[in-house]
Design a protein around this ligand. Structure first.
Ligand SMILES: Cc1ncc(COP(=O)(O)O)c(C=O)c1O
Length: 381
């Protein structure tokens, strides 16, 4: 192995959201979605060079960030994008809120599938839109759209559908057939599609990521696609993301929603993005091997030692969606915290009580410790 995916790093005192939460308690944090891995060395070197320059004034997108991003979209996802179609953002949570504000008007509907990453649920509400939800359904151990349920839930004043693909937290990479159906659905109801693809380079299986924009002109007309190097290369603290919006009408509406509230990405964000896209592929390949090992370890541990806990087949993300409903815990997240394990509460994702999300983006040895604590927290073990 060329890169370091085994060091147990000390993140205490670094202003880490993940570690600060349990600063004074002996709890292993396996919640918020960043990884306990060092970023690719080439990214660290590029940032060091940028620091050495010593001037940190206001920014515009660097030519390097733009060029590397367009090359990445073409190379990895077959998307031919012009620089003018990019809208840079300091983060996709802001993007989710902006897209709600850009679409329709106050009181209109925004549709999401549940369970889902919590800002999908709060963005419509913060934006004075009506949140319309439709649960994903589980078929043969895989979660998918409830097509009839979505037809029933959508309202005439719904203007936007927000898709998470690959999906956080259920780990699905939606197939071309599923996405074609979704595009038809959105066309039929005249909805914009916001396709959040932040996890698209974290896929373990031989399943292709199909970008919504790869579905052609019909999709391009109504899609705002979100990307960022932050999940894959572990750079969320650099606050650099972007939207790809081919339709000028949607792009103008989105830019209008940005006015006065969105700052430029900071200089380190552009530097990190360019370096990750340019040099990060060998690191990414090795990192995926570690994540695959970790996912398989969770699967085996559950199957052999804790069969009452289930996990769907995770095709993507480093976030395991665990179903503890068989144990009927009164306060599931607090129960595991009391046993030294910090997990995300599934109810924040719009799920039933008893689902928890475990972040396995960490050295395998740390995961082993987490699974040990998980086992000890289960009654009768
Ligand atoms: C689907 C999805 N979108 C957006 C984000 C957050 O993006 P950002 O850090 O750019 O705000 C996350 C973080 O976990 C996520 O899972």
């Amino acid at each position: 192995m060329t890169y370091d995916f085994t060091t147990r790093m000390n993140r205490k005192g670094t202003g880490s959201l993940k570690w600060q939460k349990y600063e004074d308690r002996e709890i292993l944090p396996m919640w918020v979605a960043d990884m306990d891995f060092f970023s690719p060395p080439e990214v660290i070197d590029a940032l060091r060079d940028r620091v050495d320059h010593g001037v940190f004034g206001y920014t515009v997108p660097t030519r390097e960030a733009e060029t590397e991003t367009l090359a990445y979209l073409q190379r990895r996802h077959g998307l031919g994008v012009d620089a003018g179609e990019l809208v840079w953002l300091p983060g996709l949570v802001q993007g989710l809120n902006l897209v709600c504000r850009a679409s329709g008007k106050s009181g209109d509907g925004v549709m999401v599938n549940t369970p889902v990453y919590p800002p999908f649920l709060s963005a419509p509400v913060f934006s004075d839109r009506k949140r319309i939800t439709s649960d994903l359904i589980e078929k043969n151990g895989r979660w998918t759209f409830d097509r009839e349920g979505m037809e029933r839930a959508v309202t005439p004043d719904t203007r936007l559908f927000i898709l998470c693909n690959p999906h956080n937290p259920v780990g699905r990479v939606f197939s071309r057939e599923e996405l074609e159906w979704l595009l038809d659905f959105c066309e039929r109801h005249d909805l914009w599609i916001c396709s959040d693809e932040i996890h698209c380079d974290l896929i373990f299986e031989d399943v292709p990521h199909v970008p919504m924009l790869a579905l052609g002109e019909r999709a391009a007309r109504r899609t705002i696609a979100f990307y960022s190097p932050s999940k894959t290369y572990n750079l969320p603290g650099l606050a650099c993301a972007y939207a790809v919006i081919p339709n000028p009408e949607l792009r103008n509406a989105f830019r209008k929603a940005c006015r006065g509230v969105i700052t430029e990405v900071n200089c380190f964000g552009y530097t990190g993005c360019a370096a990750a896209y340019r040099h990060g592929e060998p690191w990414r390949q090795e990192m995926l091997k570690v994540l695959r090992t970790n996912r398989d370890l969770i699967r085996e541990t559950l199957a052999t030692r804790h069969p009452k806990v289930t996990m769907p087949h995770m095709e993507s993300t480093y976030l395991a969606w665990l179903d503890f409903r068989a144990y009927d815990f009164e306060h599931p997240a607090a129960h595991f915290e009391a046993h030294g394990l910090g997990l995300s509460n599934g109810m924040d994702f719009g799920a039933a009580k008893g689902f928890l999300r475990l972040n396995f983006g960490c050295p395998t040895q740390v995961l082993e410790e987490g699974l040990d604590r998980l086992g000890k927290a289960l009654p009768g073990q």
